[in-house]
Design a protein around this ligand. Sequence first.
Ligand code: NAD
Ligand code: DAU
Length: 345
Amino acid sequence: MQTLLITGGAGFIGANFVHHMLETYGDRYTLVVYDKLTYAGNLDNLRDVAKAPNYHFVRGDICDADRVTRAIEDYGVDTVINFAAETHVDRSIMDPSAFLRTNVMGTYTLLEAARRHGKLRFHQISTDEVYGHIAGDHKSVEGDPLSPRSPYAASKASADLMVNAYHITHGLPVTISRGANNIGPYQYPEKVVPLFITNALQGRPLPIYGDGRQMRDYQYVRDHCEGIDIVLHDGVIGEAYNIATGTEMENLQMVEILLDELGADRSLMQFVEDRAGHDRRYSLDVSKLAALGWEPRYSCEEAIRATVRWYVDNDWWWRKVRDEAFDSYYERQYGARKVLTEAEG
Ligand code: NAD
Ligand code: DAU
């Protein structure tokens, strides 16, 4: 592993991964970010590393086979890490077409390019959502059946299956990591934690879906990046690895912590009509990755508090991102959404 093509590296987790790699390894690896710069891609996320001599940026679509080939050949790429995706469940409910294109066809295009260039090392960034809603006390292990329930999750599960198929059929050296809900610096504020922080900072209501008792494992993004790093270096080829804190909490608890860290009032909480097909609970067993020596540094609560502090300290970043396009999305997503009475919530 020498030269890494980091697709989607201008997004939230990809950019944090670039920071992690440069801070951990200095100039040991050449990092080539390949990103289409959709609404979620943002070069401000990479502003701090832009001058590093071993960092390069290529604007391109992962569905564009010629452009992918050119990037691989121009930089002598030997490893592909695929972060690029459409990532927001609510958008996938409104219009899944971009999810099928990027998450399924884009992953296939990268796999095919990796195969044709002498079986490059390939790592796929996947999600706990591929396991679907997890009932009872069960924690998902990597061998559990995939049972995605949203269009986003279905597109990510399809990509996992194709990655596995390229390993079995063509001997491509692949690994997959399945992360829980990431939070931390540079997350586009459509996702719940940065949305609620930035709404609260503007005195706007926090739209809590349904009864707010859905459970998520909110993990700090840098912990996720360290896990990906370990899988890249020490993971067994052909295997998948879960990455999470391993403990989940109800959304209502997340909101309480967030408001407490902000010193904001609970009256900002507003219960609204639920998300269609909303998965009640995700829960990951992380012992397989722990056996490789990984452990998270942040609990969910510490991750939420650290995230709040980052947004408070970096309003230059999120005020630019909450632009007209964001407002128009917000209106489409929340404008006509029913506000629930206490009896309905
Ligand atoms: P993000 O939405 O913040 O960023 C996605 C990036 O991909 C953006 O920079 C965007 O410009 C780029 N992109 C989108 N379509 C592209 C295309 N066709 N070609 C090239 N680039 C394209 O996403 P994120 O939250 O950083 O997620 C990164 C990966 O991690 C995704 O694969 C996602 O499914 C997975 N994941 C996310 C989470 C989470 O909580 N955010 C958790 C687990 C797994
Ligand atoms: O679990 C990993 C996944 O986490 C990633 O694969 C996805 O890319 C990422 O978007 C995230 O999916 P979720 O749907 O869990 O994240 P989101 O931030 O959209 O929602 C988190 C929880 O908060 C979920 O139970 C829905 C709820 N929610 C969300 C929004 C946007 C609200 O109550 N109100 C909201 O306005």
